[in-house]
Ligand binder design. Structure first.
Ligand code: SF4
Length: 75
C-alpha cells in the first residue's frame, strides 16, 4: 500500500500553501497552480503530506491510498 497526493484542478484556487508545506512533492506552475509528483509519499513525509491536505483552504488536495502506483509511475 502506498500513499499518493492528488489535486482536484476544478476546486484548486492556486493558493500555493501545499507547495510551501511539501516542496519536494509539490511545485507550482507559472500561474501558482500545483504540479503534483505522482510518486508515492515516503513514510517519513506522510505527516507533512497530511498537514498539506488539512491546510488546503478549498479541500482540493487529497491523500489517496493505492495498492499499485498510477500508470507509468515507478514504486
Ligand atoms: S493549497 Fe489547495 S488550493 Fe492551494 S494550490 Fe494547493 S491544492 Fe490548490
Amino acid at each position: 500500500m502506498s500513499s499518493h497526493l492528488t489535486v482536484d484542478p476544478i476546486v484548486c484556487d492556486g493558493h500555493g500553501i501545499c507547495a510551501e508545506l511539501l516542496p519536494e512533492h509539490i511545485t507550482l506552475d507559472d500561474w501558482g497552480f500545483p504540479i503534483i509528483n505522482p510518486a508515492a509519499i515516503p513514510g517519513h513525509r506522510l505527516a507533512d503530506a497530511r498537514r498539506a491536505v488539512k491546510h488546503c483552504p478549498v479541500l482540493a488536495l487529497r491523500l489517496r491510498q493505492a495498492t499499485s502506483p498510477p500508470d507509468g509511475v515507478a514504486k
